[in-house]
Design a protein around this ligand. Structure first.
Ligand code: CP3
Length: 357
């Protein structure tokens, strides 16, 4: 392995720079495979549910102290190799003019979704991202409160996934409103994607300035597109987004159901490509080539199964990674609300134990 080049512009301690997680992001050899889990702080934890019985989800996101406490508690309880900021991908829609609500049982609702091209003409990119100051304050508090060698991941929603919410007005099965808008009004679509892209780049850079070591882009719903549509309607924007992020800061490019899009996602950018459980890690890494790291890819439902099944699938994924530098163990998507906490903790231990050099 190449030795640590220690670039002069480095914004972190040696301890953070040499953490397992950041080494794996840079495809350097590690003592054991780093692991963290999407939605590692959430409803499957009784402490989280108890906090949520007192404050709403948006109140929690907007309280830097509570968001920091939630982030740090989850990372420390699980013994993972990275913390992820407690926030939500939809928060950026508020300063862009959308009325966001998280209603019980229904998930997120946007009360004034985009209906026609004229609605986009009224929008402006966030030039000043200080309206999301509570997020950067949470990042500062988390960085100050985390063990000094534990990296912090900042994140944002990718423009396609945000555009889906902004047009659908909430979750959707087929994204028919968003995709109809995209096919019918390509100029307005591109204007919307441009606004989301530029706003998101500034938002992520502000998270990095506040103390995040890595950023992850969640393109959770992009798997609803075929390769040609991805190329036409999404890829140029993703490329511009990644181009606006400091190349010293590792970036994780995550989507689900993207088995047919992986090369296009890689070409759009990101030092780490996220894989869900529908694909085989070894075959995908082969397709992606040696210039990127990979993250994944246990089916979150496996965590409901007996420990023997969790162990078998963990070994299988680690075998597929084959000890090559640049694998970050994760689920293929977020932890589900009723997941047994002891299985989550056991998974983290198994990843370390089975992969230790
Ligand atoms: O990973 C983490 O621990 C960090 C926190 C985080 C949350 N949401 C907390 C959250 C992250 C990274 C997200 C990202 C997010 N939010 C995505 C992309 C990832 C994915 O799952 O695909 C999406 C699509 C959203 C939008 C969103 N936020 C939905 C659809 C929901 C409802 C989910 C549900 O099951 O009700 C949320 C709410 C949300 N975001 C919760 C949490 C812990 C649950 C809120 C609650 O306490 O009731």
């Amino acid at each position: 392995m190449t030795s640590d080049p220690s670039p002069p512009a480095r914004r972190m301690s040696d301890e953070l720079w040499n953490s397992r997680f950041l080494k794996a992001c840079r495809r350097e050899a590690v003592d054991a495979t780093p692991v963290w889990l999407m939605r590692q702080a959430g409803r499957y934890m009784s402490e989280y549910r108890s906090l949520r019985s007192k404050v709403s989800f948006l109140e929690l996101c907007k309280s830097p102290e509570l968001a920091a406490e939630t982030t740090i508690f989850a990372a420390e309880t699980l013994g993972v190799d990275a913390a992820i900021l407690f926030a939500d991908i939809l928060l950026i829609l508020e300063p862009l003019g959308f009325h966001l609500e998280f209603s019980k049982g229904e998930g997120p609702v946007i009360h004034n979704p985009i209906r026609e091209p004229a609605d986009v003409a009224d929008m402006e990119p966030l030039t000043d991202v200080s309206s999301l100051g509570y997020v950067y304050e949470a990042v500062r508090l988390i960085r100050a409160g985390l063990p000094s060698g534990l990296p912090l991941i900042g994140f944002a929603g990718a423009p396609f996934t945000l555009a889906c919410y902004a047009i659908e007005g909430g979750g959707s099965r087929h994204y028919e409103k968003a995709k109809t808008f995209m096919y019918s009004h390509p100029a307005a679509w591109n204007a919307l994607m441009t606004i989301l892209t530029d706003s998101t780049a500034r938002y992520l850079n502000a998270q990095v300035d506040a103390g995040a070591q890595v950023v992850q882009l969640f393109d959770s719903w992009v798997g609803s597109l075929g390769p040609d549509e991805y190329r036409r309607f999404v890829q140029p924007h993703m490329r511009r987004l990644f181009d606006q992020i400091d190349p010293e800061v590792p970036s994780i490019h995550f989507g689900t159901d993207t088995g047919s899009l992986l090369e296009l996602q890689r070409d759009a950018g990101g030092s780490v490509i996220g894989l869900d459980w529908r694909v085989e890690l070894d075959k995908c890494w082969e397709r992606l080539g040696p210039e990127v790291a990979v993250q994944g890819n246990l089916d979150p439902i496996t965590l409901f199964a007996p420990l023997s099944e969790i162990a078998a699938q963990t070994r299988r994924i680690l075998d597929q990674a084959g000890g090559r530098p640049g694998h970050i163990f994760n689920l293929g998507h977020g932890i589900l609300p009723h997941t047994p906490v002891d299985h989550v903790r056991a998974l983290v231990q198994m990843v370390h134990e089975f992969s230790v050099k």
